[in-house]
Design a protein around this ligand. Structure first.
Ligand SMILES: Nc1ncnc2c1ncn2[C@@H]1O[C@H](COP(=O)(O)OP(=O)(O)OP(=O)(O)O)[C@@H](O)[C@H]1O
Ligand SMILES: [Mg+2]
Length: 251
């Protein structure tokens, strides 16, 4: 018999989550991400994508179901404990401290590490992001949109996460900068870090993802390889403004 397969890097089981107890936004989501996989979560505005990833990260109450990190139940773990277990989350907004320098942004992220390891880890992250290293005394608020996102990613990487979750890192960026940010994310993933990416930028996200899921009204409606999803009529319908074949007359 084969040795047991490793547990998913991240998983949810029948996850129900929302801001108020009687108002579930995420409604029974079973979601699995394999080690070193890059999965994109797509879905219309208000579908609950942010709520799902915030619930996994510990920022929105989980009403029912479970969340697992490398097989360990993290459903009830406080945020800091999830971080210590290897889960990093880059929220869509307010993911850096704009009034602080790049160095201080990284130092704050490193504060969770043993003091003796902090400087070395910051130096390692600067090696990954030479543009940030060259401007370490610059105020983060003066960075371009793309550089800010890279700083947010750099902050998340400080703790050497096994799983990196990002909520719409391309929001507000020009197509060229989106390409740069996404190719860095792909490199980070290729280096072995599991990535979950919430995106509205469907084509760019599918180009780097292994697999895509679609969340609609708090439920997973599709789960499949990213390569074929771009040609899928469901995606065309939901995102590209297409109508189901032969249904024009019903609109
Ligand atoms: N802080 C909050 N308190 C109460 N309800 C909220 C809160 N944030 C979001 N919601 C509600 O939760 C639902 C899902 O929102 P969510 O932000 O998760 O969607 P999303 O899929 O991330 O959408 P978008 O693509 O616009 O980012 C929406 O009905 C929204 O109004
Ligand atoms: Mg959102």
């Amino acid at each position: 018999m084969n040795a047991a397969a490793p547990p998913p890097a991240l998983a949810t089981r029948a996850l129900v989550a929302g801001y108020e107890r009687d108002l579930p936004i995420v409604r029974g989501v079973d979601f699995e991400v394999a080690p070193a996989e890059l999965v994109v979560i797509l879905g219309p505005n208000g579908a609950g994508k942010s709520t799902l990833v915030k619930a996994i990260a510990g920022l929105v109450p989980i009403h029912a179901g479970q969340a697992f990190l490398a097989g360990a139940d993290i459903t009830a773990s406080p945020v800091q404990e999830k971080v210590r277990h290897g889960l990093a989350f880059v929220p869509q907004t307010e993911n850096i401290f704009a009034t602080l320098t790049i160095q201080d942004n990284l130092q704050l992220a490193a504060d969770i590490l043993p003091r003796s390891e902090q400087a070395a880890r910051i130096a390692e992250v600067y090696e990954l992001f030479p543009d940030l290293a060259a401007r370490r005394s610059a105020c983060a608020g003066n960075l371009s949109g793309g550089q800010r996102q890279m700083l947010a990613v750099a902050r998340a990487l400080i703790v050497k996460p096994s799983v990196l979750i990002l909520d719409e890192p391309s929001a507000g960026l020009s197509p060229k900068i989106v390409g740069e940010v996404f190719s860095r994310l792909k490199e980070i993933n290729t280096a072995g870090i599991t990535i979950v990416l919430v995106e509205q930028n469907v084509k760019a996200a599918l180009a780097i993802a292994h697999r895509a899921v679609i969340l609609v009204e708090g439920e997973l409606r599709h789960d499949g390889p990213a390569a074929t999803l771009a040609d899928d009529p469901i995606v065309a319908q939901l995102y590209l403004g297409a109508t189901p074949a032969g249904r024009e007359e019903q609109r």
